[in-house]
Design a protein around this ligand. Structure first.
Ligand code: SF4
Length: 344
């Protein structure tokens, strides 16, 4: 629910600003082929120096300004957000902001110990999404490129559950010729558990993952595979702007989701703004340039002046990249921002 007296800020397609995704670091300890292929993001890749990152105070001030513009949900991302030191402190600061009702985190789970999960929960984090692209160790290693074992991610999922997070979503990016054989195995593994497995169509994020339409295992293909084995039916969205299409198993074994950004674009419901860890404001995952909020935060500008600037940026927004790509899959607007820089 919006803060009292707040009128939603609308963009050129009348989409309200509701969700803020905050990348707290551009660093990651994985090199997933669909996001940060190690051939490009090798050991000599230069990440942002610490002094360029927004401080916790700047991130909190920003979230407070966005809350007064109608944002109720914050998602903390990276790179890998758990690499940012003392993250529970930031979570606690954001959780104290009036109007912010829901704080979620997307992680690869590699650092999510029982204790860390509990400290994030105690700090006020509400939900976690954990990425896992296969149950087969060889396939998973081929994707994450750092030989990180599946077992450790499954432990992280249980650590999140033990800390009391609900719902816990498991994100699987499906790429043809790489892990589509894992689609049913993953479904079987997470049936009859409290976890919601979400399949994500392989997207042309950034400029380096070699995306081609032929490598996309479409939402329809995935649904047909599952429905043939375990009949499912659609569920209503939990809220406006939810990215996943939801389904439930007719035999009561739980829920799955599909994020079909390529074949069923959802741009007209997109109410997400994205903030990079060095303070650039982006209005689309596939944007090719950002707006420098950090220079305002580090100037004499007041919260009101910054708020007016954000309102101007959002009201001039007309992003609908996925829709345009779906209409013409060869469409490319030139260099896009890298996903590790602004989070998924
Ligand atoms: S492509 Fe851009 S506008 Fe469309 S849903 Fe994704 S982030 Fe939103």
């Amino acid at each position: 629910m919006l803060l009292k007296g707040v009128t939603p800020v609308l963009d050129e397609f009348q989409r309200p600003l509701k969700d803020l995704r905050i990348s707290v670091t551009d660093r990651c300890n994985f090199r997933c082929t669909y996001c940060m292929p190690k051939e490009v993001f090798g050991s000599n890749f230069t990440f942002l120096p610490h002094h360029e990152l927004l401080t916790f105070e700047e991130l909190t001030r920003t979230a407070r300004i966005f809350a007064k513009l109608g944002v109720t949900k914050v998602r903390v991302t990276g790179g890998e957000p758990l690499l940012r030191k003392d993250l529970p402190v930031l979570i606690q600061m954001i959780a104290s902001i009036p109007g912010i009702e829901d704080i979620a985190l997307t992680t690869n789970g590699s650092l999510l110990t029982k204790e860390y999960a509990q400290s994030l929960k105690n700090a006020g984090l509400n939900r976690v999404s954990i990425s896992l692209d296969a149950l087969n160790d060889d396939i998973f290693s081929r994707i994450n490129s750092v030989d990180f074992p599946v077992k450790r991610v499954l432990e992280a999922i249980d650590n999140a559950n033990a800390a009391g997070f609900f719902p816990i979503k498991i994100n699987m990016v499906v790429k043809r010729g790489i892990n589509e054989e894992e689609v049913l195995k993953m479904a079987e593994h997470f049936r009859h558990t409290p976890y919601i497995l979400r399949y994500i169509e392989f997207m042309d994020v950034g400029n380096n993952n070699g995306w081609q339409m032929k490598d996309v295992v479409t939402a329809n293909e995935i649904l047909q595979k599952i429905n043939a084995k375990w009949p499912i039916e659609p569920l209503a969205k939990n809220r406006d702007g939810e990215v996943a299409n939801r389904f439930r198993y007719l035999d009561g074994a739980g829920e799955i989701g599909i994020i079909a950004s390529v074949t069923q674009a959802f741009c007209m419901d997109c109410n997400r703004a994205r903030l990079s860890s060095n303070g650039k404001l982006y209005t689309c995952l596939f944007a090719h340039q950002g707006n420098d909020l950090r220079q305002l935060l580090r100037s004499e500008k007041s919260d009101l002046e910054i708020s007016e600037w954000i309102e101007q940026v959002w009201s001039g927004r007309n992003d609908r990249y996925s829709m345009l790509r779906t209409e013409n899959t060869t469409f490319s607007p030139g260099d896009k921002i890298e996903m590790h820089h602004i989070g998924g």
